[in-house]
Design a protein around this ligand. Sequence first.
Ligand code: RB5
Length: 153
Amino acid sequence: MFSKVFVGSDHAGFNLKKIIIEYIINNFDVEVVDKGTYSESSCDYPDYAMEVCREVQKYPNSVGILICGTGIGMSIVANKFENIRAALCSNSTAAKFARLHNDSNVLCLGGRIIGQETAKDIVKTFLETSFEGGRHQKRVEKIQEIEKKVKAC
Ligand code: RB5
């Protein structure tokens, strides 16, 4: 199990964020940190993606959950951060393989796309599934090598 879960959203993900935070607190023995937004007022998803990704980079064995309207904007931003492997999931099968094969450390959800129960199911699977390693380890390492090459350009 992870040590900490950092959760962030924009206004379009605000309601689902509340539901997901409550769900995690009630069902998992893990620290949950709400990185905002804290109201339904219009705001910009890149700001919250950055807040969450910086925390995930800082704390080993932590993960992030980012929610915007579609989950797309959050995933685009999150994948700009070194060592962040963000996965936009709309079902639990995608969440399972994001963890098993990609060692994903940030889950992105579309608050205007998926229902609450599906979202809970995705979160449960993401939090309970471990990276398989093996042949997938070297693929994740290749991502890290690419990050380094891109940074050096
Ligand atoms: C906000 O209207 C919306 O654009 C945002 O939540 C997200 O869906 C962007 O990808």
